[in-house]
Structure formats: structure tokens, C-alpha cells
Design a protein around this ligand. Structure first.
Ligand code: SF4
Length: 454
């Protein structure tokens, strides 16, 4: 299925689409306010971009440094080439401790590796402890946003889900009461868990430690209560020095939710007395992306979600329409690297307006990469024939001033003479279904210019 056909399901509910659009735009505006309050924000973006570019250029060295330091700290370091290997390593650690109860804090990497179904299939209870993640886990859905995984749901949806699974009162959708119900439910799971799995926001090569940023403190509770901590990280999470961290923490929360900093920024460097800490370092296609000069900058991403909150396509089509762990503009440039054919429609799910590039805290040229993927896809023959031929036709048409002039004249006359029901009919003009076409001008700009200026 293509992005547009999946988006049709989401767009069919016009109220939800408008609400989703407006909610994310509200988050984007919060981000703007937080950003304008920091005069040196653009300098921070530049610095973050340079630190990430430098790290990627010496990734092998920094990875080895990180591994050596972590091992010296008493941490077990594992390497996984792909999702299968990652899942096998995690399962093996859990089994070696005869554990059956696991709590997990938010980790897009474990989503990417489909860790939950793998562990559940082997008899392990896995509980996502981030509130949004727990909601979608109960509903058996995938996250629809990097930072706000349940943003596609209204409080009424959450109320119905909690009534079904947690026994809350039917029709109760008071956010405070629902949060309290989730808190009580999760507390018992935290206390019973033998293993805690977490993601990693940043891994510091200099210290061998990992940094986890959350707003709910769920990662800390899980890690500090369980005997074993397993931290899963992609190879791109590295930063060279601890002193680099402040650059990213100042950018991350402001870009994500408009907060000055996440409520919890937790450092894990070594296991507590009598406990075990494991770090699983995962490639899963990242080295391949690193080897693509046009797309390697996508590995600078710190998963803030700002590009989603600003994208007019994402805001109106919803995260599930991307059918990839990371949705939105950044997902559309990461996904073709994993499966070119399957995700061939995603780089076209963009107006190329460049708003994603403008807000990206690490200055990834997202819209340029989207455009480049379109070229790669076209050359690889991975676009539908109708699109290919219509683009060819439009290329010729727009390259000919004469054809363009005639086309404009026909459109202006047609729009004036044809009945409204026809010009706004869904079958001929889906664009105009929710929009009013502007009054067609009597003359083109060229005609006006020739008459008034020349
Ligand atoms: S691409 Fe940039 S804006 Fe989008 S999630 Fe990554 S860091 Fe944030």
C-alpha cells in the first residue's frame, strides 16, 4: 500500500484530521516560543550539526572508545548487526536470569527491531511504561509519532481503552483520573519486573556512559528497581565528550515539546552494586546509510519529532500512514534505505516546502534528501508508470513557454465558464474538496506585464 492510500483512512475522519493538525501545530508554536527565548539557538544548531558530522566521520574510533570505557565500567557490551541479532541477544540475557517479567521505557530502536512480539512469543511479559506507549500497547497499535506515540488518539479513545483493559469507569475520560489509573497499574509492574529495557538518547564515547531523557521518570524507576538493565542503542547515538551533551539537551526538549529541558536527564555509566548492566549496540542498516554520501546526514537525527510537528503532510495524514517505525519527513528519508520498494511512496509524501529542514535542531537537509530519494527511486524504476509519465509530460509542458501560455488560458477560461459543481467535484479535483478555488484572473502575469510595464 502507498502512503496516500493509507492516509485516506485517517483523512476520512475529517474532525480527527483537523484536531490532529491543530494539536501538532500547537506543539510547533510552543517550540517556536522556546527557541526564540534562546538568542544563541542558531549557534547551538550549527554546533550540534558539526559535532554529529565529526562523530559520523570517525564513528568506528568512537564506537571502540565507547566499548572499551563501558567495559572498564563493568558494563557488558554486545554488538548486533541487525534486528534479529538484537532480539536474540536481549532474549538470551533475560533467559540467563530466568526472568519472565520485563518493563521497557520508550525506545524507538526496540520498536524498529519488533522486540516486543519477539519476547512475548517466547513467554516473556513485556510492559511499556511510557504512558503513551502503554496506551498503544494495550490497543495493539504502533506509535504514530517519535515523541508523542499516542497523538492520533483523543482522550475518549484512551478512556475506552482503559475501561476495557484496566477496568476504569465506562465513559470516564478525565485525563487526570486516567493517568492515575495508569500509574497504579504500572506501579505493580515496576515492582514485579526482573529486567528493565531502555532506549538511549546519547552515548558518550569519553565516559562509556549512556544518557536517557524522559518526562515521566519511568526509565529511572524501571532501571533502579530491576536487577538487570539492558540499554539498546543505534550506532548513531554517540557523541564524543560529556561536555558536548549540553548542546544537545538544550536543543532536544525545546525542539520536541517546547520545554527548556526534559524533566529527567539520567546518566547510566555502571551497574549498581550486585546488579548487571548491558548495552546492545545495533547497526540494522545504519552503516549502509552512512555509506550513502547523499543521505548519511540523516544519521545526525536526535529523534526530537520537530519535523513531524511542522510538516503539513504529516499533520494531516497521521503517523500510521507512513507504515515505518519512524514516521514523518525523517522517516521518509530513513525508510527507503531499509526497503526501497516497500517505502517507495514515502519520499513523495512531501510538498518539499523545507519547513522540516528549518526546524531540525541538527540541521539535516531533510527536504533536499527527500528530493534526492525521488531521483534514486525514479532511476531504479520504483515509481508507478502513471506518475512517471505524468511527470515527464509536466516536465515538457512547463519547459515550453508556448504550451504553458495556452494551458493557462484554457484553465482560466474553463474555471470561469464551468459550473461550480464540476470544478469542485471530487472525481476531477480532489484538491478543491476542502478548499475554495481562487477567482481566476482575466489575464496571465505575462499579459499584464506586457500591457502595463513594457
Ligand atoms: S530529522 Fe531533525 S527535526 Fe526531525 S526528528 Fe530528527 S532531529 Fe528532529
Amino acid at each position: 500500500m502507498t502512503h496516500s492510500s493509507r492516509a485516506a483512512t485517517f483523512v476520512a475522519d475529517a474532525d480527527r484530521t483537523t484536531w490532529h493538525d491543530e494539536t501538532l501545530w500547537f506543539v510547533r508554536q510552543k517550540r517556536d516560543k522556546a527557541v526564540y527565548a534562546v538568542p544563541e539557538f542558531q549557534d547551538l544548531r550549527e554546533l550540534a550539526s558539526q559535532i554529529k558530522e565529526h562523530t559520523l566521520s570517525r564513528l568506528d574510533e568512537y564506537l571502540q572508545q565507547f566499548e572499551a570505557k563501558a567495559q572498564r565500567n563493568g558494563v557488558h557490551v554486545h554488538w548486533a548487526a541487525d534486528a534479529q541479532e538484537h532480539n536474540a541477544i536481549v532474549l538470551d540475557i533475560i533467559r540467563r536470569h530466568n526472568a519472565t517479567r520485563v518493563v521497557k521505557s520508550k525506545s524507538m530502536l526496540t520498536e524498529e527491531c519488533h522486540l516486543n512480539p519477539h519476547l512475548i512469543g517466547h513467554g516473556i511479559e513485556v510492559i511499556d511504561t511510557d504512558l503513551g506507549e502503554r496506551i498503544i500497547q494495550l490497543r495493539e497499535e504502533a506509535p504514530s509519532h517519535l515523541v508523542l506515540p499516542a497523538i492520533h488518539l483523543k482522550k475518549e479513545d484512551v478512556g475506552a481503552t482503559f475501561h476495557l483493559h484496566l477496568g476504569t469507569e465506562k465513559g470516564n475520560h478525565d485525563p487526570q483520573q486516567l493517568t492515575e489509573a495508569a500509574r497504579q497499574h504500572l506501579r505493580a509492574k515496576f515492582l514485579a519486573a526482573e529486567v528493565a529495557i531502555s532506549g538511549v538518547n546519547f552515548a558518550v564515547a569519553e565516559t562509556g556512559g549512556v544518557v536517557i531523557c524522559t518526562n515521566e521518570g519511568n526509565a529511572d524507576l524501571g532501571v533502579n528497581l530491576a536487577q538487570v538493565h539492558i540499554a539498546s542503542m543505534g550506532i548513531e547515538k554517540l557523541i564524543p565528550r560529556l561536555s558536548d551533551l549540553g548542546v544537545f539537551t538544550r536543543l532536544l526538549a525545546r525542539s520536541a515539546t517546547g520545554q527548556p529541558v526534559t524533566t529527567y536527564t539520567s546518566h547510566y555509566t555502571k551497574p549498581a552494586e550486585g546488579r548487571e548492566m548491558h548495552i546492545v549496540i545495533v547497526d540494522n542498516g545504519r552503516t549502509q546509510q552512512l555509506g550513502r554520501p547523499d543521505f548519511r546526514a540523516s544519521l545526525k537525527c536526535i529523534r526530537c519529532g520537530a519535523c513531524m510537528n511542522t510538516c503539513p503532510v504529516y499533520r494531516r495524514s497521521g503517523g500510521h500512514s507512513y507504515d515505518f517505525t519512524v514516521p514523518g519527513p525523517i522517516g521518509a528519508i530513513l525508510s527507503p534505505n531499509i526497503d526501497l520498494k516497500k517505502h517507495s511512496s514515502l519520499p513523495f509524501a512531501s510538498t518539499l516546502c523545507g519547513s522540516c529542514t528549518d526546524v531540525c535542531p541538527v540541521k539535516i537537509d531533510i527536504h533536499v534528501q527527500l528530493y534526492k530519494w525521488r531521483q534514486v527511486l525514479t532511476e531504479a524504476g520504483e515509481i508507478p508508470a502513471a506518475k512517471k509519465w505524468s511527470l515527464k509530460f509536466m516536465g515538457r509542458f512547463l519547459a515550453s513557454p508556448k504550451a504553458f501560455g495556452i494551458g493557462g488560458k484554457v484553465a482560466r477560461t474553463g474555471l470561469r465558464l464551468l459550473p461550480y459543481q464540476l470544478t469542485h467535484a471530487k472525481a476531477f479535483n480532489a484538491w478543491a474538496v476542502a478548499r475554495e478555488l481562487p477567482e481566476p484572473p482575466k489575464q496571465s502575469f505575462r499579459e499584464w506585464y506586457a500591457r502595463t510595464v513594457e
